[in-house]
Design a protein around this ligand. Structure first.
Ligand SMILES: Cc1cccc(-c2n[nH]cc2-c2ccc(F)c(-c3ccc(S(=O)(=O)CCO)cc3)c2)n1
Length: 238
């Protein structure tokens, strides 16, 4: 494994997030708050120091793409402005490996709160499917807040959020009955998106919950549609 000081944390958090995502929404602790076709969004209402830090878990099923394609476009900084509508600035501060980056993002201000930025490592990996042999491998992309010497100390201007986010994708193939080639019509990608964002500075709980309720469904719907459009008529990446 690459000898980088962040690597042990990247390994641990990525695998913890994989297990957390695979727990699904069992246990009755998750409250469904948005639904749109196959997409179901759940949250837990939790406060830390009087701040709403509502863990979010979304499940979605997208036809015609693979988990590798979905996590690739989630990970790739080159296309982020094409789907992430709240992004104002983004800088790759460090390229640790071709599947591991440190990124600084400045997001658009949401009235009445102050503007937020996020500094995180971003990692994508294929996880061999140890349970079901003839199933496809699982792909995970994980973003987790970190420190970095190159990040501007923007005292007073910006509030830094703390976030842990993962996108876990499992592809299944329904081969054509006539033994013909597998096309995108035979692909189904099951997605679990998990997010825990501590907003950093005080935001009225009601205002924060309204932002989450509005922004998360819009974000996941827009992102998954972006990937479908990008992959359409392109060779399949398994
Ligand atoms: C989807 C969503 C949920 C909650 C708030 C907002 C939002 N509206 N206006 C500003 C933001 C905002 C502020 C700070 C942030 F860190 C992120 C943020 C959100 C998602 C991710 S990610 O890692 O899931 C995708 C990469 O951007 C990273 C940062 C988004 N957007």
């Amino acid at each position: 494994a690459p000898a980088h000081p962040l690597w042990p944390e990247i390994e641990r958090v990525t695998l913890e997030q994989l297990q957390y995502a695979r727990l699904g929404v069992e246990g009755g602790v998750w409250q469904l708050f948005a639904e749109d076709g196959e997409m179901k969004m759940y949250k837990r209402e939790e406060e830390v120091d009087g701040l709403a830090v509502d863990p979010l878990k979304a499940v979605h099923t997208v036809k015609g793409v693979t988990g590798r394609e979905m996590t690739h476009y989630f990970f790739s900084p080159d296309v982020r402005f094409e789907w992430e509508t709240t992004l104002e600035q983004m800088k790759v501060l460090e390229t640790i490996a071709d599947d591991t980056l440190v990124i600084l993002q400045i997001h658009k201000r949401v009235w009445p709160a102050s503007q937020r930025d996020a500094l995180f490592w971003s990692h994508v990996r294929r996880v061999p499917n140890d349970t079901d042999r003839d199933a496809q491998d699982i792909w995970i992309a994980c973003n987790h807040s970190t420190e970095h010497h190159e990040a501007p100390s923007n005292e007073g201007k910006m509030v830094r959020v703390a976030l842990t986010v993962c996108l876990v994708c499992q592809t299944s193939i329904e081969p054509p009955a006539d033994g013909g080639p597998v096309t995108r019509d035979h692909l189904t990608c099951k997605i679990t998106y998990c997010s825990v964002v501590n907003p950093g500075g005080w935001v009225p709980t009601s205002a924060l919950r309204a932002v989450y309720k509005r922004e998360y469904p819009k974000f996941l719907k827009r992102f998954t549609q972006y990937v479908k459009d990008r992959c359409d008529k392109q060779p399949i990446l398994f």
